[in-house]
Ligand binder design. Structure first.
Ligand code: SF4
Ligand code: SF4
Ligand code: SF4
Length: 252
């Protein structure tokens, strides 16, 4: 009997810290099973080989250079399914902070007198990948959740549509038994942020900064009022809302 060809997975990285790829590599207990079901053909953090023949492309990082735009379009052409891997890719992530200021100002701040050497620093305003190509699925978070990566990969291999979480972090936070930070004189964007992280930041004593992006139809006006009632100015409210994903307000 002819041996069935395994689905081919490819991982690509654009502008980012590559922390989401590290989460994938940290699945050491599950990776042997996954590797028996798929063939990985691109994964810069783990292997040298490269191929343009793949079925599922996981794309990490935001888009900040013209050459990245070209490469991303080629990936879309080659792949049957494209998954945005992490906040940088899904919403622009922290890289979107750059878009808050005029580009020349940002370049001077970062690169000093060499900033105007465009051949060295030909950077564009940061974009999430779905501002350039169509994306089939999203893995949110900075970094992604290992559990969600495994669930999505399993669903795709089974030919099922992966689940999308669309409740706010507050639900996870209550389930984790946390005391709300608003009761401790702090503020948080959990009420408008897409859950799926088990509210891990609040559980470990921090606040939710919204790394997983907005839920569908977030009530940002109501939450802005709440933040103002807790002492934030309009500017501070905007900053709080836009630490991650200033690039756009996207629904998925
Ligand atoms: S989403 Fe966060 S962890 Fe993932 S690549 Fe971007 S900065 Fe790194
Ligand atoms: S701490 Fe944040 S995420 Fe948790 S319940 Fe309060 S507002 Fe929601
Ligand atoms: S609690 Fe908020 S900032 Fe922390 S991982 Fe979850 S969505 Fe991201």
């Amino acid at each position: 009997m002819e041996k069935k060809e395994l689905p081919r997975l490819a991982f690509f990285s654009f502008t980012c810290c590559e922390g989401c790829q590290l989460v994938v590599l940290s699945c050491e207990d599950e990776l042997p099973d996954i590797l028996s079901l798929v063939k990985i053909v691109n994964f810069r953090e783990a292997m040298d080989q490269k191929s343009d023949v793949y079925d599922i492309a996981f794309v990490e990082g935001s888009i900040t250079k013209a050459e990245e735009v070209r490469k991303l379009k080629k990936i879309r052409k080659n792949a049957r399914v494209v998954v945005a891997l992490g906040a940088c890719s899904s919403t622009g992530g922290l890289n979107c902070l750059k878009n808050r200021w005029p580009m020349e100002e940002v370049k001077k701040e970062v690169y000093g007198k060499d900033a105007l050497r465009s051949e060295l620093f030909a950077t564009l305003p940061t974009r999430a990948i779905d501002e350039i190509i169509q994306v089939d699925y999203y893995l949110h978070g900075c970094p992604i959740s290992k559990k969600e990566f495994l669930n999505l990969t399993t669903s795709l291999l089974l030919g099922k549509r992966p689940d999308t979480t669309n409740h706010p972090v507050c639900v996870d936070c209550k389930m984790a038994g946390n005391t709300c930070v608003f009761e401790k004189d702090m503020t948080c964007v959990g009420p408008i942020t897409r859950a799926g992280c088990d509210a891990i930041c609040v559980t470990y004593g921090a606040i939710c900064w919204g790394c997983r992006g907005l839920v569908d139809n977030p009530n940002t006006d109501a939450h802005a009022e709440t933040l103002k009632r807790h002492g934030l100015t309009a500017d501070a409210v905007m900053r709080k809302f836009s630490l991650y994903g200033t690039c756009k307000t996207r629904k998925c």
